[in-house]
Design a protein around this ligand. Structure first.
Ligand SMILES: NC(=O)c1ccc[n+]([C@@H]2O[C@H](COP(=O)([O-])OP(=O)(O)OC[C@H]3O[C@@H](n4cnc5c(N)ncnc54)[C@H](O)[C@@H]3O)[C@@H](O)[C@H]2O)c1
Ligand SMILES: [Zn+2]
Length: 253
């Protein structure tokens, strides 16, 4: 870490210490060091699959084979991934009483695995499955036991497509997640934006509400994002380096 980056981490730590209700908003970037590619990673899942053809409400109705080709690979990747130092640092911040909640767009369960307790899965999660037609629920263990010969996974009752409880493009944000996120955006005076390009709505509007009410916005993202010029402080460095450093600073007298 160079001197400039170290100074930015110190500034972020000072601002966090002064906050009274801090939350974090995370996206795919925080899980990249755990081996799960984001939208932009070259050679990642998304360079192989087009989100609209395998991850949309249209795809669920018209392309069950494509949806499951994608899910099969994604589930394998999620089940072998482990939290990285960025996830662990957020969990430590919550234990220290500084961070109140994490709103994540990720569906990989890594925040929970790292020990974060108050996690809002804005786009749902891959922990449960149900039939898109008759809504019957199916267990994660069955999804993880699928082989290539079992896909697309179809409902034994109505032959509808079985899907994880995640928000596909074109679908609504789960009611509970939307209400809780709105409550937090109305209460928070500080948001740490981590590893999200800010291009997916409506998740990207939450920091705007916080800023409008006078809150502080600190961003940890590699490269330029939709939050450029919007954040009060931008740390253009890997979250798995910046976050542990910020936590260490907060722990030092
Ligand atoms: N892990 C997952 O669950 C996962 C993975 C891919 C996509 N998605 C979904 O796809 C959508 C993607 O939108 P998004 O905004 O979350 O992601 P995005 O891919 O649009 O943006 C990720 C951002 O993180 C940055 N980044 C990458 N590695 C980083 C690192 N080590 N440290 C700091 N920043 C880093 C990138 O430069 C980029 O700005 C979301 O809706 C999400 O639900 C989820
Ligand atoms: Zn069914």
């Amino acid at each position: 870490m160079n001197i400039n980056q170290a100074e930015l981490c110190s500034q972020a730590a000072r601002a966090l210490r002064e906050s009274s209700y801090a939350i974090a908003m995370t996206g795919a970037g925080i899980s990249v060091p755990s081996g799960i590619p984001d939208f932009r990673s070259p050679g990642g899942l998304w360079s192989k699959f087009d989100p609209q053809s395998v991850c949309s409400d249209w795809a669920l109705r018209n392309n069950p084979a494509g949806v499951w080709e994608f899910l099969f690979e994604a589930l394998k990747m999620f089940s072998s991934a482990r939290p990285n130092p960025a996830h662990l640092a957020l969990s430590r911040l919550e234990n220290m009483g500084i961070l109140k909640s994490v709103i994540t767009q990720n569906i990989d369960n890594l925040h929970q695995m790292a020990g974060s307790r108050d996690v809002i899965e804005f786009h749902g999660g891959c922990g449960s499955f149900f039939c898109n037609d008759c809504k019957k629920e199916f267990e994660l263990a069955r999804a993880l036991a699928l082989t290539v010969n079992d896909i697309p996974w179809l409902c034994s009752f109505c032959q509808g497509i079985i899907r994880p409880a995640v928000v596909f493009f074109g679908e609504q944000i789960p009611y509970e997640a939307m209400i809780r996120s709105q409550e937090l955006a109305e209460k928070a005076d500080f948001v740490l934006i981590i590893g999200t390009s800010g291009e997916v709505a409506p998740a990207n509007i939450l920091p705007q509400w916080i800023k409008r009410r006078g809150g502080t916005i600190i961003e940890i993202n590699l490269g330029s994002t939709a939050y450029d010029g919007f954040s009060h402080l931008k740390l253009d460095m890997p979250a798995e380096i910046a976050l542990p450093r910020i936590v260490d600073e907060l722990n030092s007298p």
